[in-house]
Design a protein around this ligand. Structure first.
Ligand code: HEM
Length: 495
């Protein structure tokens, strides 16, 4: 990056002499070698109102702020007596946009739920998301494939994957986030909400989504030796696990499963197929719900090996970063010791999982709405139409206000449910919170659809484009429906 200082006249003279110099936010760029590669074309840069001129307003009407930093190598200096006005927030920082942070993170507000250690955790984890996850997420969300091993390794080092599974005995003896916290459901709420900031729904599931739903049955119902081995393998990020319940015939109707487990002298033989299995493409362990010889539900841990095959499924919400697969089991031998909860109804094992899984999804989708609102708010302030800022239109302000009222009501509700989770035993949670969680899922996902539709209207065509200013809006609109169907669409009263 050049450190020379130029007057505006000198910049204009260079442009007249054939060098493609422009000024953006008091920074001088020489785009001569980049112009023919510019995704927006050469002609727009040669326009007499752009070449050699201060193109700040035109630039920010068309590009996200981070583009400038990505192409900082073309900066040759700065403009004399001017200071850059646009500040890119540092990693981990809070947003200054109104309502872009929940009230507990907003100045002057109080919360009955969050303490200083939650705030410390939030700061550390947001920095981690910005610095370690964001870029990897953007690359894999676009190009597909499993999240990078270095991200899994870093998450394992700080025990982030372990925390994402939720409070429980698997956290005993682990140093969490470098030792700054002891863990409660509000820390987990923070984890799930901060992760929405990566704008990568498929990747977010790819980042150990299978572990979050596939490991709890192992932790709670596996024989000790099997449990300890799998917990170690999965939480270290080396051998992922996934939950294999849904089937092409049955969807998430657990009673209607057709995958069969036939009892033998020393174990089981599994035959059947599973569909929509998150992370299955790279999973080593599969927590599989099967029908036993007498029609009972049997839960087995199947390990990848002879007879196990996974084929990728493309979904609207993920290129291939979520590792969603169609899984077939052909005469797969499973040892007796790999049964979970032997002697207990298998249905209870599956249902014990559902509330927590749904709560995770809800937390993420509420935070997603807030982030989309922030995009819309900034755009409405910046974008000029017919000579006026978009935000001067009452219909736009009404849409922004409706977004706020939707996500703030969802946030209050989830904090209230989370508070109950802090004080109820797992059994009480299963008995009392199933309805709350199911209805909140319905409310939050309807709110997300309304917000996505409004956001597309605010951004216009940009909100349907996978690059440029509206790319996060397009992504949110395209991927949000997964939360409606993931973990089922039905409400159950009591497992
Ligand atoms: C440092 C200078 C610039 C760089 C590095 C740059 C880079 C880019 C990039 C990477 C894109 C693809 C979209 C995106 O990722 O956001 C783009 C699109 C575009 N750029 Fe630039 N650009 C620069 C300056 C300008 C200027 C001064 C104009 C003048 C108006 C301009 C006009 C456009 C247009 C019209 C598009 C297409 C936007 C769309 O598809 O909606 N660019 N530019």
């Amino acid at each position: 990056m050049g450190s020379k200082v130029f007057s505006k006249t000198v910049v204009a003279q260079h442009a007249s002499a054939g060098n493609l110099w422009v000024i953006i936010d008091a920074r001088v760029f020489d785009l001569s070698s980049f112009a023919s590669l510019h995704p927006g074309g050469l002609a727009v840069l040669l326009d007499p109102e752009i070449a050699g001129q201060d193109a700040t307003e035109s630039f920010y009407a068309l590009h996200r702020a981070e583009v400038l930093d990505r192409y900082a190598r073309f900066q040759i200096g700065t403009v004399e007596d001017e200071q850059p006005q646009i500040k890119i927030p540092g990693a981990g920082s809070l947003s200054a946009t109104p309502y872009a942070e929940p009230t507990w993170l907003s100045q002057g507000f109080h919360s009955p739920y969050y303490k200083e250690h939650h705030r410390r955790f939030q700061t550390a984890f947001r920095k981690f998301v910005d610095e370690v996850i964001f870029l990897d997420a953007q690359i894999h969300e676009r190009e597909g494939g499993q999240p990078s091993q270095k991200v899994f390794d870093e998450m394992a080092r700080l025990n982030i994957t372990a925390m994402r599974v939720g409070p429980g005995k698997h956290l005993n003896g682990r140093v969490l986030m470098g030792g700054i916290i002891s863990f409660d459901p509000f820390h987990e709420l923070i984890l799930n909400q901060e992760l929405a900031r990566i704008h990568a729904r498929g990747y977010s599931d790819g980042l150990a989504g299978g572990t979050i739903i596939g490991l709890p049955p192992v932790i709670n119902f596996a024989p000790a030796a099997l449990r300890d081995r799998i917990v170690e393998d999965t939480l270290s990020g080396k051998k992922p696990i996934c939950l294999a319940v849904t089937e092409a015939f049955a969807g998430s109707d657990v009673q209607g499963l057709r995958c069969r487990a036939t009892r033998t002298a020393d174990g089981w033989i599994v035959n059947g197929a599973k569909k929509w299995i998150t992370n299955a493409m790279w999973a080593h362990y599969f927590t599989v719900a099967c029908k036993g010889d007498n029609g009972e539900i049997v839960i087995l841990v199947v390990e990848r090996g002879a007879g196990v095959e996974t084929k990728p499924i493309k979904t609207s919400y993920s290129s291939s970063a979520a590792g969603t697969a169609y899984v077939t089991f052909d005469n797969v031998r499973v040892p007796l010791g790999n049964q979970l909860g032997a002697g207990q109804p298998g249905l209870n094992i599956i249902l014990a999982n559902f509330n927590h899984e749904r709560w995770v999804l809800i937390a993420n989708t509420i935070a997603g709405q807030r982030i989309i609102f922030e995009e819309c708010f900034k755009w409405a302030m910046q974008r000029k139409v017919f000579g006026k800022p978009l935000s001067s239109q009452p219909v736009i302000r009404q849409k922004l206000a409706a977004m706020i009222s939707r996500f703030e009501s969802c946030q209050s509700w989830i904090e209230s449910v989370t508070f109950q989770m802090c004080h109820m035993s797992p059994k009480q949670q299963a008995q009392k919170l199933a309805g709350q969680v199911a209805f909140l899922k319905m409310h939050a996902t309807r709110a997300s659809q309304a917000t996505a539709a409004d956001a597309v209207q605010i951004f216009g065509g940009r909100g349907l484009t996978q690059t440029g200013m509206g790319r996060f809006i397009e992504h949110y609109h395209r991927t949000l429906l997964i939360v409606l169907v993931e973990e089922g669409t039905w409400v159950f009263a009591k497992p």
